[in-house]
Design a protein around this ligand. Structure first.
Ligand code: ZN
Ligand code: ZN
Length: 426
């Protein structure tokens, strides 16, 4: 039995006045999704919990059956895993921006003129060695990069150096656990005892110190790097500073196969989603042409999903464009990408036994951000207890036989339908 799980990022929405109080999914022409609804079971789903607004990373952790409250400390590890860095549980990972600072160390451009070619810069930075931790640095897309610290006695509980706005100096990284007077607050006595708290504080202080040293060394390397001298000559802002943020500790996730006894593959362009799937031990496929934006090559993704079908039981196909269009408040683009996703579904109908379609969260066009509204979900395939739902949308799905479920139950439900679940009890 083979399953395709299509996750359209942020596809779900709220009623929009400009659409006569309908949602983009209700307006979009989706004959294939409607067909799935007719021969499937529908429902609505709180990816994490009712009233909790998910990020894409925490939502995907939940959809893969992990408790985000146990496994998530920041997005750094998932970005780093998505960038192809081989991470170990306990590594501390950060997101990094190449930025421009002036001679007074004031940030003049948080994205260094959206610099594209940073390979040579990254190589120079990778040569920085500091006592106390191993530093792994890699450029990802454009002005973005990731930084991983590996070693003993490190912590993710440190502040960002990114001031998050221009015209300010990069911030000094400080341990987040330090109270103002340096005293031990009362609450950690409950959370693991004073000794553990003191240890955590020491680790955070060490990590903060290392990051400050690293930032200084990176600045010295970058400001005289030939790439930046060349950029300055051409009137381009030099990428002479690294802004660090989003620290998190790499969790130990029980691998997908061990958990569900099926092999999973992930076809996605978004680094964050690739990272979650990679850390979950799924096969992560790189699809050339799939940019992750509204104009992503969906046919290339469909082809990749069909290829993974050969040696995997479940393929997760992720589409990012629906979320991007929503953050931009672009109704037309959102409807278009939903229709484009719909148009590739018929390629899968003969190849997969089960097809499920859902979103990782609602991204409201009106709010231009994620909201906690539940998302619609449909599962279609042999043996599914069908219901009366005839179309795929937020409101239609709410009348379906699945009722209202949590994200962490979606895979167990699918795996049971696939005949792969084991009995609890005699
Ligand atoms: Zn998302
Ligand atoms: Zn989003």
């Amino acid at each position: 039995m083979k399953t395709l799980l299509i996750i359209c990022d942020g596809m779900a929405d709220r009623p929009i006045p400009a659409l006569g109080y309908k949602t983009p999914l209700e307006i979009a022409d989706t004959p294939n999704m409607d067909w799935l609804a007719k021969r499937g079971i529908s429902g609505i789903m709180d990816t994490i919990a009712p009233g909790t607004t998910p990020g894409s990373d925490t939502a995907h952790l939940a959809l893969l059956g992990y408790d985000p409250y146990q496994t998530y400390t920041g997005r750094g590890p998932f970005e780093a895993a998505g960038a192809g860095i081989d991470l170990k549980p306990g590594d501390i990972a950060f997101r990094v921006n190449y930025a421009t600072v002036d001679k007074n160390l004031v940030v003049t451009d948080r994205r260094a003129g959206r610099i594209q070619e940073t390979k040579a810069l990254a190589e120079a930075i990778q040569n920085i060695k500091l006592k106390g931790a191993e530093f792994i640095f890699r450029s990802t897309v454009g002005h973005r990069a990731t930084l991983v610290l590996r070693g003993k006695g490190l912590s993710h509980e440190v502040s960002d150096s990114d001031p998050h706005e221009e015209g300010k100096k990069p911030l000094k990284v400080v341990p987040l656990l330090q109270s103002e007077e340096g005293a031990v607050p009362a609450y950690p006595i409950i959370a693991g005892g004073v000794r553990k708290y003191v240890m955590r504080r020491r680790w955070a202080a060490k990590t903060a110190k290392l990051l400050n040293e690293f930032s200084q060394r990176a600045y010295e390397v970058l400001k005289k790097h030939p790439v930046n001298i060349e950029r300055a000559k051409n009137g381009l802002p030099p990428a002479n500073y690294l802004l660090i943020r989003g620290g998190g500790v790499v969790p130990h996730l029980v691998p997908f196969y061990q958990r569900f006894r099926i092999k999973g593959a992930c076809v996605a362009a978004a680094a964050l989603v690739k990272g979650v799937c990679k850390l979950a031990g799924m096969t992560v496929v790189d699809v050339p042409g799939a940019t992750g934006g509204v104009n992503t090559d969906l046919n290339a993704k469909a082809k990749a999903a069909l290829q993974q079908l050969q040696d995997h039981d479940l393929v997760l196909l992720h589409v990012k464009g629906s979320d991007e269009a929503s953050h931009d408040g672009n109704i037309k683009a959102k409807i278009e990408i939903i229709e484009r996703v719909d148009s590739i579904i018929n390629q899968f109908i003969d190849s997969f036994d089960f097809i499920a379609v859902t979103a990782d969260h609602t991204t409201s066009i009106s709010v231009k951000n994620h909201t906690a509204d539940p998302v619609p979900v449909v599962i279609s395939g042999p043996g599914v207890r069908t219901d009366d739902v005839r179309t795929f949308s937020e409101r239609a799905a709410a009348k379906g036989g699945l009722g209202r479920i949590r994200g962490k139950y979606l895979l167990p439900i699918i795996i049971d339908l696939m005949g792969k679940s084991s009995k609890f009890g005699a």
